[in-house]
Structures are given as C-alpha cells and as structure tokens.
Design a protein around this ligand. Structure first.
Ligand code: SAM
Length: 280
C-alpha cells in the first residue's frame, strides 16, 4: 500500500469523481515532476488541488513557499495534519475558478510558478484563467490529459491547433516534460496524461498592434472548422466579401486558405491590417 493510499484509507475518504480526484502516489514520479518543473528555493509556488498532499510535500521540500488551493473541505484536516511540520506551506480552501487569485497569492514572492496535478474537468478554463489573469507568473507546470498536451503543443494545420494552442504559445514556451500513464493515478482516470512545462515568455513571439484584436481574429479562424478564413471573417465580423478579401490580400494571405492552417504570424498580420482599418 502506498503512503498516499494509506492516507486516503486512514482519512476514510471516498474519491469524488466530480472534483477530478485522481491522486498521484508514486514517490519517484512525484520527485521527477518537481525536478521537471524546475522548482527551486528562490521561487514560490501556487499549487492547485493538493488532494492529500502527495505533490505538496515534495514541492515544499524544493520550493520557497507553497500556497495550495483546495476545493474539497473534507481534505483540509487531513492535509493540515500531513503538512503540519512544514513551515513554508499555506492552505487556502476554495474554488480556484472563483477565488480572487491576485489577493490569495499576495503573500507569494513574485513572479511565482504554478505547479499542479489539476482537476481535468476545468483544464481549459483554468489554463485560460491563469494566462489571462495578469498574475505575475514565471512558469506553469501542469499535469493535463495527453490529448490536451498534444493540443497545446500543436502546430498550424494539425488537428489540435486552435485558440488554446495559440494562447499558450503566445504567452509561454510549452514543452512536454513527462508522459504519465493512467495507471500512475489512484483511481486511474480514463485517459493517459502528460506533464507539460510552460515558461512564461518575456516577449510574445509575434508583435501585434492590439492583443485583443489578435485573439479575436485567432478565435475567428476556428469559428467554423474546415471553412476558409475568408468565410470565417465574413461570418465573425459581419464583413462583406470584398472587404474581407481586401484584408486577406493586404495581409499577403491566399483567399482560399482555411483558418485552421494559419500560423500566429499570419494571424498577427491579418489582425494588424484589420486594426489599421479600425474595423473591429
Ligand atoms: N495534487 C494531488 C495529487 O497529485 O495527488 C491531487 C490532484 S487531483 C487530480 C485534483 C485536486 O483538485 C483534487 O484534490 C480536487 O479536490 C481538487 N479540486 C477540484 N476542483 C477544484 C477547484 N475548482 N479548485 C480547487 N481545487 C479543486
């Protein structure tokens, strides 16, 4: 019986599937994740969903301070007891999707890293929330479903290329760190997982006049899959065909290209052309 399973048994806990409770238990794997996340004493860490503390303890042993946000109230006494001897640990009970994260993370040294085996039912909204929150982040190191990792790491024209990949690659430099089979969790989830590390960029990879417009144009590229960008522009921005054709040509893009094939550079050129015409 692993130590994680011991704590779950002793705490008389029933896993809550609705909260994405799939706990890690292999200490060698947990140490590998902490190493891959490049956690160090100089840096503080925000952990989301500590569960019964399997990742939390090795994080505390490597990081400056660790602040963990856990929604499940039942885990609070268990975690508090398990982490009692660590003086660089703070537990906040609450929902990471609704808490005021700027206020909650006030005590952390800036910038801080987010390291977590996250609950999968909030994967995309959580990543988008973290990346658009304006929090001073150095890095995200997250366990996600393998297919989400593939999306985040995908290139233009690939199946997974879309708004999530563009947001992640615009803000960070994502890389696959560790592939993690379903059997490494208790209970095992239905899908395999991957631990991805995403250092936050100092500068975005493309320069745009307006980030807001860039992300609106990027979203438009995927509004109707397998349609041309021209059609997507007309539909999303209620533009007539001639106007949209003008934008495409000025941006040096083929009229027939599908939105899902466009790179960040091409989307940036298009957004800038539209921005110059003040069309959005
Ligand atoms: N970190 C632990 C581990 O690796 O074994 C547990 C990870 S488990 C995949 C996800 C954890 O997130 C669970 O403890 C769950 O209760 C918690 N959780 C679920 N929804 C949450 C939310 N909205 N805000 C904060 N924590 C949440």
């Amino acid at each position: 019986m692993s130590k994680t399973r011991d704590r779950i048994r002793e705490g008389n806990l029933r896993y809550k599937q609705s909260l994405g409770q799939n706990f890690l238990y292999d200490e060698a794997l947990l140490a590998e994740l902490v190493r891959a996340a490049e956690v160090n004493r100089e840096e503080d860490v925000l952990e989301i969903g500590p569960g019964v503390g399997s990742l939390t303890k090795p994080l505390c042993e490597a990081a400056g301070h660790v602040l963990s946000v856990e929604l499940d109230e039942r885990l609070v006494p268990l975690l508090s007891a398990f982490m009692a001897e660590k003086d660089n640990f703070t537990l906040v009970q609450g929902d990471v999707m609704t808490l005021d994260l700027a206020r909650v993370t006030e005590p952390l040294k800036k910038p801080f890293a987010v390291v977590a085996n996250i609950p999968y039912y909030i994967t995309t909204p959580l990543i988008l929330r973290l990346l658009t929150s304006g929090l001073p982040l150095s890095r995200l190191a997250l366990m996600v479903q393998k297919e989400v990792a593939e999306k985040i790491l995908s290139s233009p024209g690939q199946e997974g290329w879309g708004p999530l990949a563009i947001r992640c690659q615009y803000t960070c430099e994502p890389r696959l760190a560790v592939e993690v089979p379903a059997a490494c969790f208790t209970p095992p989830p239905k899908v395999d997982s991957a631990f991805i590390v995403m250092p936050v960029r100092k500068e975005p990879p493309v320069q745009v006049r307006s980030e807001e417009r860039f992300f609106r144009v990027a979203a438009a590229a995927f509004a109707l899959r397998r349609k041309t960008m021209l059609n997507n522009l007309c539909a999303t921005f209620r533009a007539d065909r001639e106007t949209a054709l003008g934008w495409m040509r000025q941006a040096g893009l083929d009229d027939k290209v599908r939105g899902e094939r466009l790179s960040m550079e091409e989307l940036a050129r298009l957004a800038d052309v539209m921005d110059e015409e003040e069309t959005l």
